[in-house]
Design a protein around this ligand. Structure first.
Ligand code: DLL
Length: 434
């Protein structure tokens, strides 16, 4: 019997949910139009008005917002509320350009906590649970977002933040952590560290649920984490522009992440033609916020690649799902004309027991041609000094990549533990192209 955090919302009949979405969308777009010059200019230029919204499909008439718009509006150009109504400001890291800042009103923060708490219920959490938040705290939304979820549920929250991994393990054991929240790559590092410390966390620790997101993880990597820690894996999606973790979360039935549809309206578009695609087709996720007061976003292009899964879910939640994220359109590699996401390469690597779930893809160029090198690590008990075994492993990996993904990549096998482990989002692609 599934437990919900907000049953009346999470299992609302779809007709009723769509009515609620339309009403909220109108209100949110009015907030955007009246208070953010960018929307006023764009809507006017496109000749559309909030009054044109007579059904949810009418949203397709409205212009998109992209990351660059938010950069151009730095710092507060996208704020629809005066600072007196802003309760918190988060910012993206700005590693790929000008940072963006996002404001949250007190209501926005409450809604955020509720969204994340729904995921805590999805892994069986209750107010009795101890939840350890090992996402980074700070401008990154992972830490405070998960923290708010734990508080909304009434859990005992341990705000370890990321880093100091041995201490994380000790807290997990000594405090009887039930639910761990961190990135999948950090979850794996925590699991491996616990094992190195002599524990078998799957049987010796109390932990039963994990809420892992902020980066893609292949099915095999998820399985490895779930097995090593002995837990139900919940994939959590979110982005700082829209809110943070909790935009969509995965229930026990798996097969996708339930979108918090009372708060967000999702569309999938073809990134080339910008046409809205029907449910089930893969494309770029576009999100419109329905309740956010401080920074409403209308048709924000996330660059994330997924599809909408609209089949009813056995868990009883009526909110549609998005499929597990494949990656970002900007992370897609084009290797001699073949499109691949790093997560697809990861899926192949992780079928090899001789290879650890750690890899890096190094991009360089020679003249006009891009070169792709895949760096992988053997597991500690692999005889890395035996040349023949190593060559054989390399050949089998190359053949597997070729037959699964139709790509030829140069493979370099490195010593165990030589690829840097991540306490946050793993850096899988090293782009050295000039
Ligand atoms: O990563 C928010 C977050 C924190 C989500 C903790 C989940 C857990 P940003 O740093 O703005 O925000 O990065 C957002 O990360 O557009 C996706 O490309 C990627 N991403 C987030 N969740 C997932 C996921 C946070 N579950 C960007 N699977 C997004 C795959 C994800 N990619």
């Amino acid at each position: 019997m599934a437990e919900y955090f907000q049953p009346e919302i999470e299992t609302m009949p779809r007709e009723r949910l769509r009515e609620l979405q339309l009403a909220a969308m109108k209100e949110s777009m009015r907030n955007a139009y009246e208070n953010v010059p960018l929307y006023r200019e764009r809507f006017d230029a496109a000749g559309v008005s909030v009054d044109d919204l007579t059904s949810l499909d009418d949203l397709a008439k409205f212009p998109f917002v992209v990351k660059q718009d938010m950069r151009d509006a730095y710092p507060f150009g996208m704020f629809a509320r005066p600072m007196s109504e802003v309760a918190r400001i988060h910012a993206s890291s700005g590693t790929t350009g000008q940072a963006t800042v996002v404001g949250h009103s007190a209501n926005d923060l409450k809604n955020w906590g509720d969204c994340f708490a729904r995921g805590i219920a999805m892994v069986g959490g209750t107010k009795d649970s101890v939840i350890q938040v090992s996402y980074g705290y700070g401008l990154f939304t992972g830490g405070l977002g998960a923290h708010a979820g734990g508080e909304a549920m009434g859990c005992a929250v341990i705000p370890t933040s990321s880093g100091n991994t041995k201490r994380q393990v000790q807290m997990m054991k000594d405090c009887g952590t039930d639910i761990l929240c961190c990135t999948p790559s950090y979850a794996l590092l925590i699991a491996d560290t616990a094992i190195e410390m002599g524990y078998d966390p799957a049987t010796e620790f109390k932990i039963s649920g994990g809420i892992f997101g902020a980066e893609p993880a292949s099915e095999n990597m998820r399985q490895e984490i779930a097995d090593k820690l002995g837990l139900q894996y919940c994939d959590v999606y979110g982005l700082s522009e829209i809110m943070g973790p909790g935009v969509a979360m995965e229930c026990v039935e798996r097969g996708g992440l339930h979108i918090a549809e009372d708060q967000f309206y999702c569309e999938i578009i073809d990134p080339e033609t910008l046409e809205v695609l029907p449910d089930g087709e893969w494309g770029e996720l576009v999100i419109t916020t329905l309740t956010r007061e401080a920074c409403p976003l209308v048709r924000y292009r996330t660059r994330d690649v997924t599809r909408i899964v609209s089949e009813p879910c056995a868990c009883g939640r009526t909110h549609r799902k998005i499929d597990r994220l494949r990656g970002r359109t900007d992370d897609m590699l084009i290797i001699r004309g073949v499109n691949v996401f790093p997560s697809q390469i990861e899926q192949v690597i992780t079928t090899f027991p001789e290879i650890a779930t750690q890899y890096q893809i190094i991009l360089t160029n020679e003249g006009p041609l891009d070169k792709v090198e895949l760096r992988v690590e053997t597991v500690p008990d692999f005889p890395i000094d035996e040349v023949r075994k190593l060559e054989d492993l390399k050949a089998r990996l190359a053949a597997e990549l070729k037959s699964n993904l139709q790509v030829n990549v140069q493979i370099k096998i490195v010593e165990p533990k030589s690829i840097e482990r991540s306490e946050g989002k793993a850096k899988r692609i090293i782009d050295l192209r000039g």
